[in-house]
Design a protein around this ligand. Structure first.
Ligand code: 13P
Ligand code: SF4
Length: 345
């Protein structure tokens, strides 16, 4: 059968674009007003066509906006899921809609594929908080103590580490090492939250997420006062008193799963703003109260920039060969440890 000729992507909300994207609007209409759809639809339509042409897949983190998350993404999830799924991608090109360390992780696991990030400036305050030199200093001060590194770090920092972890498996990774102390970098608050769940001694680093450090226990008290009976879920990048004031703490995947499993009448997700929109689409009966903070780095990724990335094949993520092998080994050791055990309530 002849291959259909490639379409020229359109830039206007024509009747053809409207018809081709109508099923996608149906999916997101609870969180995207109809008046905004004509702005998004031409880029969505073009990205779908460009993905076919380039043999590309789009991986999107849970903090991407709903017009990205629910329409052009092929694979969505938390940092752990994106790393796991990156290993199985069967395409020539990966477009990583998230922040730079996530694109680096995808590239580490797919050295032969082209990995694009739509905006090179999409960084992370945790990744900025520590350098490879800092890790070498910590190892010199604590000889023989293994280094467990949160994936929110550069490849150069991962290369100095024994194993990586995410917020979804941190306790499990720490305990799997069979040691009595670990250096746990760079998130001080995640370190405190891990320390509260294990007997393994934790040597932390004073890095913070600029989004989650802004939440306070007083925020949660005020939500509870104005919404009696509300369920409060927090990301473990929040400080310990915030996590203690919540009903549950978990990775972005953990929070989404909690809502899907428990279907609370009202819920507040103490995390980045797009999480609530994305989880709301799949849970129409749950009311979301939104005391959220925006991640300016995640918000650098837009439909226009994804389209531009696929049109021009920019910005390609590359990793210094001097660190790539050791960084990959730290990520692969995490993946080999496997998922945490499922705890019965
Ligand atoms: P998750 O791994 O829970 O998705 O978190 C990543 C992140 O950057 C949260 O701020
Ligand atoms: Fe980094 Fe915080 Fe943004 Fe996550 S939310 S990418 S940890 S700055």
């Amino acid at each position: 059968m002849a291959t259909p000729a490639a379409r020229i992507p359109e830039s206007a909300f024509t009747p053809e674009v409207e018809a081709r994207t109508a099923h996608l609007f149906e999916r997101v209409k609870r969180v995207i007003p109809a008046v905004e759809w004509p702005v998004f639809a031409p880029d969505i339509d073009a990205i779908l066509e460009l993905k076919r042409r380039r043999n590309a897949v789009v991986l999107a983190h849970n903090y991407q906006t709903p017009e990205i998350f629910h329409t052009v993404a092929d694979i969505v999830g938390d940092s752990l899921a994106l790393a796991r799924e990156a290993v199985n991608v069967d395409a020539d090109v990966i477009v990583l809609c998230g922040v730079h360390f996530m694109a680096e992780t995808a590239k580490l696991l797919n050295p032969e594929k082209t990995v694009l990030i739509p905006d090179l400036r999409a960084g992370c305050s945790l990744a900025e908080s520590i350098t490879a030199e800092d890790v070498r200093g910590l190892k010199a001060r604590h000889p023989g103590v293994p280094v467990v590194t949160y994936v929110n770090t550069s490849a150069a920092v991962k290369a100095e580490s024994d194993v990586c972890c995410t917020s979804g498996n941190a306790v499990h990774v720490v305990e799997s090492l069979g040691v009595d102390r670990v250096i746990f970098i760079p998130d001080e608050y995640l370190a405190k939250n891990v320390a509260a769940q294990t007997r393994v001694g934790i040597i932390p680093w004073p890095g913070h997420c600029e989004v989650h450090e802004r939440f306070t226990p007083a925020d949660i008290a005020s939500i509870r006062a104005s919404h009696p009976g509300i369920v409060v879920l927090a990301h473990p990048e929040c400080d310990r008193p915030v996590v203690e004031a919540a009903d549950y703490a978990g990775s972005t995947h953990g929070m989404a799963k909690y809502v899907a499993d428990h279907k609370p009448r009202q819920v507040a997700l103490i995390t980045e703003c797009s999480m609530s929109d994305n989880v709301a689409v799949a849970n129409p009966d749950v009311e979301f109260v939104r005391p959220c903070n925006l991640c300016p780095h995640m918000k650098r990724i837009t439909l226009g920039r994804i389209r531009h990335a696929l049109e021009t094949m920019t910005h390609e993520v590359t990793i210094d060969p001097a660190v790539a092998g050791r960084a990959r080994a730290a990520v692969e050791r995490m993946l080999a440890i496997g998922p945490p055990p499922v705890l019965q309530p």
